[in-house]
Write a protein that binds this ligand. Structure first.
Ligand code: HEC
Ligand code: HEC
Ligand code: HEC
Ligand code: HEC
Ligand code: HEC
Length: 219
């Protein structure tokens, strides 16, 4: 007698789990709906920042590598926001009297971190990891848009479940060679089908079925 539960029990159990997940998620949706002053924008809208840091200027025109400031993006779940002394490697010399940079100098002098308004945020019940994506050929611009053109930083995407799943079901259509991860202008070329097939094998990417499993993002 190995079959203790009748065949329908499995389906009922699944429905119960699904219902419980939806209820939990519903709760967070409600709580998340309360405006958070540190996260207050929609797609395409840049929040005001102090000082008005420009990716267009620093990453675009000056060509500073993303990893110079977002030091953990290839190794950890979070990309990391640069501490003040990173800004001061240049701004103790360049523009070191500019009123616009007073908050940076004050931050260093008072040893109080700069306070940036958060641009992108997932609900707490979703697990995300930068290193996994960046090391497997998914470029920043696939999720953040062409950051090098942004004067102030805005969210390029609504991080809905559908957005994540659209790629997890067909990662081959978005895979890039390792160095193209840093190319903010990247678009899939006419050879993407062949390139994607080759890179799926080279990066050892899991099947679409596994990448769509609920427990990948809801742990
Ligand atoms: C000189 C330092 C510096 C460089 C270089 C830099 N960034 Fe940033 N980045 C920042 C700072 C400071 C912030 C916080 C202020 C803001 O949101 O603009 C930030 C914020 C971001 C955010 C939004 C974070 C959030 O709140 O959700 C993204 C996305 C981002 N950077 C991507 C990039 C990419 C992609 C590159 C390379 C093309 C890059 N950055 C290069 C300093 C830098
Ligand atoms: C590699 C050198 C370098 C680093 C690192 C750097 N900056 Fe700059 N920054 C510059 C230069 C060069 C200018 C432009 C001066 C000019 O316009 O001639 C500038 C200009 C600025 C301006 C004036 C507005 C603008 O974009 O023209 C702000 C604000 C600023 N930086 C903030 C920051 C902050 C905040 C950080 C740290 C997160 C930072 N910078 C890191 C080199 C740097
Ligand atoms: C697959 C989508 C995806 C890719 C690719 C991606 N990001 Fe992100 N990024 C996100 C999401 C989602 C968040 C919000 C995470 C959260 O709230 O937990 C985020 C947040 C950030 C943040 C702010 C919070 C933090 O993690 O410290 C920075 C900075 C950032 N990304 C930079 C980058 C850079 C630089 C690259 C490329 C090297 C990159 N991202 C590639 C989806 C992505
Ligand atoms: C443009 C494509 C793309 C987008 C968009 C994307 N992912 Fe991924 N994701 C991947 C690839 C490729 C992998 C690596 C799969 C592997 O290693 O087998 C991955 C892996 C992951 C993993 C780790 C899976 C594991 O093996 O444990 C998590 C968690 C994850 N993604 C969450 C998210 C979330 C949450 C979002 C939406 C905010 C998202 N992803 C958006 C392509 C994408
Ligand atoms: C690739 C990542 C990923 C996978 C796989 C995934 N989810 Fe999600 N899920 C998300 C993200 C991101 C959100 C947040 C959406 C938002 O804020 O709009 C979310 C939100 C939810 C919510 C909250 C309600 C809603 O739609 O806003 C429920 C319930 C949910 N997921 C259930 C599931 C179930 C069940 C599965 C498996 C069939 C699953 N998820 C697989 C990323 C994922």
């Amino acid at each position: 007698m190995r079959q203790i539960f009748h065949p329908g029990a499995d389906a009922i159990l699944r429905l119960t789990i699904f219902g419980a997940m939806a209820a939990v998620a519903g709760f967070f949706v409600l709580v998340g709906g309360i405006p958070n002053s540190l996260y207050a924008t929609g797609v395409g809208q840049a929040p005001h920042q102090t000082p008005p840091f420009s990716h267009k200027h620093h990453a675009g025109e000056l060509g500073i590598d993303c990893r110079y400031c977002h030091t953990t993006v290839t190794t950890q779940a979070t990309a990391g926001i640069p501490p003040t002394h990173v800004c001061m490697t240049c701004h103790s010399q360049i523009w070191n009297k500019a009123p616009m940079l007073a908050p940076v100098r004050d931050s260093l002098a008072d040893d109080v971190p700069l306070r940036w308004v958060r641009v992108n945020r997932l609900p707490d019940y979703v697990y995300f990891n930068h290193a996994i994506h960046v090391r497997k050929g998914i470029g920043c611009s696939s999720c953040h848009g062409a950051v090098t053109h942004m004067q102030l930083t805005w969210p390029a995407e609504n991080f809905t479940m559908a957005f994540c799943l659209a790629c997890h079901r067909h990662p081959e259509s978005r895979l890039r060679e390792p160095d193209a991860v840093w190319n903010m202008e990247w678009k899939p070329g006419s050879d993407q089908a062949a390139l994607g097939r080759r890179l799926m094998a080279e990066y050892h990417i899991a099947s679409a079925a596994r990448l769509s499993d609920c427990s990948i993002c809801h742990r």
